[in-house]
Design a protein around this ligand. Structure first.
Ligand code: ATP
Length: 288
């Protein structure tokens, strides 16, 4: 099963061109869609999830036409939206059971076993009788994955799932995602480079509605070899450097900025070459 997005466009009524001729082919496995806030990631995710219409273009999932065969897509889709609302006064096992009914798992015995297995998988079994209103952010996200996995989806979309999680919960959540089947198309939309670095075999960098890079993280890293230059400067020099060079990142170390510049050769002969990482790829695309 492959997800193919062709020439997708969307302009909202306020004039924002949120998707600009987007073309992507997404294979089974974990695909990272990396971009800053406002890049258009949620617009793309919601369109694939059949929740909004594009102005033009096409999307297919295997031989399903996503834009016209919405019911077919919904049967095989697991979706964790950016704002996943839960009913605060309902406990996890009751809500998951209810959502399983809505997903069409009507056989009581089968439903009980699916719901219980998912609560174990997401490490929520011990908290299954607790009201969702009392769940932490990480627990809510894990519950979100449990509901997304009901009915064995072939396509799973998780939109910015780690934003706001503390490091321990984020790790737990990423481990959970990494266990999702090889036989599933999983799209992870995020603005956190490390999420992609740790999990994804394939990725795209997305900004202002456009795909700026697509390929594997290794291909992305190969493309910047020899082009990332580092220098420790003083704070007072920072604005000059920003005016004169393509500064893609700045980090304060002991109060002084260390800058990374993207350039084909040593910018003014005073920089040190560094091995770039995925963050350098991301910022070099975003600030191109
Ligand atoms: N329903 C809407 N009506 C008008 N403009 C919208 C609507 N939804 C999104 N936008 C605009 O479209 C652009 C892309 O938004 P989108 O939410 O898809 O980006 P994103 O990459 O998911 O970012 P974020 O993480 O901030 O949600 C933004 O400029 C946003 O303000």
């Amino acid at each position: 099963m492959q997800l193919t997005i062709s020439n997708l466009n969307k302009t909202y009524s306020n004039g924002v061109h949120a998707l600009k001729d987007v073309n992507l082919t997404i294979n089974q496995g974990m695909f990272g869609l990396l971009g800053p806030n406002g890049a258009g990631k949620s617009s793309l995710m919601r369109t694939i999830a059949t929740l909004q219409e594009p102005d033009s273009g096409s999307i297919s999932l295997g031989n399903i036409n996503v834009l016209t065969q919405k019911e077919e897509v919904r049967k095989t889709l697991g979706y964790l939206p950016q704002e996943f609302g839960v009913y605060p006064k309902v406990d996890a096992i009751t809500l998951l059971n209810h959502l399983a009914v809505l997903k069409g798992i009507t056989n009581t015995t089968e439903r009980k076993s699916v719901v219980e297995a998912l609560l174990h998988k997401t490490n929520l079994w011990g908290a299954r009788k607790k009201n969702l209103g009392g769940y932490s952010g990480g627990m809510k996200q894990r519950f979100g994955i449990a509901q997304a996995l009901l009915a064995n989806p072939k396509l799973i979309i998780v939109d910015e799932p780690t934003a706001g999680l503390d490091p321990a919960e984020r790790n737990r959540f990423l481990n959970l995602l990494s266990e999702l089947g090889e036989n599933t198309v999983v799209i992870l939309s995020t603005h956190i480079v490390d999420d992609v670095k740790e999990l994804c075999s394939d990725m795209a960098v997305f900004n202002k509605g456009e795909v700026l890079f697509k390929g594997s993280p290794d291909e992305a890293l190969n493309a910047i070899v020899g082009k990332i230059w580092e220098k420790r400067i003083s704070k007072a020099e920072l604005s000059d450097y920003k005016n004169n060079f393509k500064v893609i990142s700045e980090k304060l170390i002991a109060g002084n900025p260390i800058i990374h510049v993207f350039a084909e050769s040593n910018p003014d002969g005073t920089f040190e070459p560094v091995e770039g990482d995925l963050e350098d790829v991301y910022f070099s695309k975003i600030f191109a």
